[in-house]
Design a protein around this ligand. Structure first.
Ligand code: FMN
Length: 200
């Protein structure tokens, strides 16, 4: 494997396509090799929420589409479906309650879910950016199950202590947290200590 970081990104049909786009942009800017899998419902939400049709990778990565290898979510024979596909981590952003439940139950019916199951079985990093509210006990128990199996549950739940003034500030806050979970550097100024210095 090369020293270039390889990250699998799953996008599922929960609200928050902007979080997926910003995460892809930051991973591409960090020169990661991105293996992207987008569920059928996620394609709809990318269209509805971002106005991006036909998965325009240039738009989703801010002009760095060459960093992305797009896999068909229906292809459970694609590279990320195998444990022997070595990578540096996987994130599902946003992660629907449906996909969370499938992963927690050990069932896989598409490539996003299969890649997540392989990531867990190989003891690699899996970050699940769940978005749904309020939560049922079923979802809470599913979160506990995936956490016990080694995943990091990182709900899409931005903080307001950096005094955001734009939607983009809230999205950047979360995208930066996601990259931190994956151990990937980013240039975003979203650190509390820096904020304190600026306002002293
Ligand atoms: C407009 C729209 C918004 C949705 N938002 C959410 C959401 O925020 N969270 C969620 O868990 N499911 C949401 N859903 C439902 C999921 O898309 C649905 O459960 C789907 O089966 C998920 O499939 P996937 O996990 O394979 O993407 C939404 C569906 C639609 C059509």
């Amino acid at each position: 494997m090369t020293s270039r970081r390889r990250i699998v990104v799953g996008v599922t049909g929960a609200s928050g396509a902007m979080y997926a786009m910003r995460t892809l942009q930051l991973l591409a800017a960090a020169d990661c090799e991105i293996h992207l899998v987008v569920s059928k419902l996620a394609r709809r939400l990318i269209n509805d929420e971002l106005g991006i049709k036909s998965l325009d990778l240039d738009q989703l990565t801010d002009g760095r589409a060459e960093n992305v290898i797009l896999h068909n979510d229906g292809d459970v024979g694609a590279a990320p479906a195998s444990g022997s596909f070595v990578h540096d981590g996987m994130v599902i952003v946003p992660c629907s309650a449906n996909t969370l439940g499938r992963i927690a139950g050990g069932m896989t019916e598409n490539l996003v879910q299969r890649a997540a199951a392989c990531t867990l079985k190989e003891r690699r990093k899996l970050v699940l950016c769940h978005r749904e509210t309020p939560l049922t006990l079923i979802e809470i128990e599913n979160m506990a199950a995936v956490t016990r199996a080694g995943a990091i549950v990182a709900p899409l739940n931005p903080g307001f202590y950096l005094q955001p003034t734009r939607i983009e500030d809230l999205v950047d806050y979360m995208a930066a947290r996601i990259l931190a979970c994956l151990g990937i550097e980013h240039g975003l100024d979203v650190h509390w200590d820096e904020h304190l210095k600026r306002h002293r």
